[in-house]
Ligand binder design. Sequence first.
Ligand SMILES: [Zn+2]
Length: 314
Amino acid sequence: MSFTRVAFLLAVMTGLFLTVGYMIGGPGGMIIALLIALGMNFFAYWNSDKVVLSMHGARAVTERDAPQLVGLVRGLAARADLPMPRVYIIDTPQPNAFATGRDPNNAAVAATTGLLSMMTREQVAGVMAHELAHVKHRDTLTMTITATIAGAIGMLANFAFFFGGNRDTPLGGLGAILVAILAPLAAMIVQMAISRHNEYNADAEGARICGNPHWLADALERLEQGARRIDNHAAERNPATAHLFIVNPLHAHKHDSLFSTHPATANRVRALREMAAAGGGVGGGGGAGAGGRSPSRIPPSGGARVGRRRGPWG
Ligand SMILES: [Zn+2]
């Protein structure tokens, strides 16, 4: 995403935040909100990746904890000409993944345990390649900063809901109601502003990185089914971060297509299949899978870990 676009997005988010501040506390509230917004934008630039990762309970893994996943990402990063990102695992049965970080030198990719247990090695490679494409396109800065600010707006809305009845505020109880309406609206603006085209671009680039568009297409089909069927509680608690994920982590019934943060999976799969048919992106998949058509699985972290059994990733 271009610099102007990033700046515009941040300005819109900040303006929204100021409006919410005004409705809670009048001009004084707006000034306090402005100071908070300035501090928050500064904080978000440096820390939004950590915030998002902790919201989802992501834990860092090394070559020792998850040799297969970390090795896979290492190979893909080399193919993409990117520095090795930090790798995280999120303990949730819903298959999903996201990337974050302010630039390629400070990037992180996260995969859920559901993704790793449900997908073949080739499909995981397709998904992680899509996430590395976001890193390469520098979508991650915009995505994480907007998520942080949208999350703060949501928190302020909750605050207004409980304390907004204060008679000293210009709108009093009405302000609280307006704020409660504004918060989801703000989330919607974030979802719309983060162009769905970013997803298509990351799909195409991801297919080139992993070397086989079918891997990502197969993964998207499975992801779609899994995300619809299995709830992601951390994502439901932090809906402002939903757009970070490769497929919408929120329960499908809550979102109609008009307000969806993600393009229809069927369209994404079709674009990838067409890319494969045209011979695009097929480069042997050197760094990624074991090669060949036989599906292989990424075994649980630590390989054959003996002893305590606390789910596949210990
Ligand atoms: Zn994506």
